[in-house]
Design a binder for this molecule. Sequence first.
Ligand code: DC
Length: 224
Amino acid sequence: MTDVTNIIAIDGPPGAGKSSVGREVARQMGYQFLDTGAMYRAATWWAMHNGVDLDNPDSTAASTRAMPLEMHDESGRLKVVVDGHDISEAIRSQEVTQNIYKLDQVAEVREHLVELQRRIGAQAPTVCEGRDMGTVVFPKAKCKIYLDASLDARTLRRQKELEAKGQPIDFETLRAQIHERGEMSRTRKVAPLRPADDAVFLDTSDKTFEEVVTEIIRLARACL
Ligand code: DC
């Protein structure tokens, strides 16, 4: 049984800063960090790698259940390994990103990954981030945060991250992609992205990284 008093659940649309902020909150609080988007990414990569028909929900569900997924934290960076392949970078590719929606709306794919997420969350105090942490995976978590920011702010942040990785991208193209991904998560039938009723809503558009981290730690200490 997951000890929900030790879970900080962060949800929000792409580019809101969930991953970078969540990782730093976890570091400062001595919690483990769980990036659940990486799990959907890994499942998509694995299905593509094996030539699975991504439009067949039974096939993608079976593929996800058979995925030998390992995730490790290595000096503050997430290492994702599947069947001996280090796919930490590959899961961030455009090709994978554009196909995730074919898996993330399949109930059986989600059921399996949710089960894994709950098991990980039961092992140690955890900061987790995704789209359904507070609504589906840890509905009883005491500390739930919904991070949001304007579409322009989210696009700018993601553009800077990509630039730093040597992957420059045109602002308008990226803005359209981020908008579309957010809308797909919000409007899907299974586990749509939405703030849990008891989540604290944080708009990060005009806040610095440090301000958001400090605010989440303050909220966490108040509710845990
Ligand atoms: O956070 P991210 O961009 O790495 O997530 C990748 C995709 O995975 C995102 O488009 C939606 C999906 N996702 C999800 O459906 N549920 C989660 N808990 C996390 C991510």
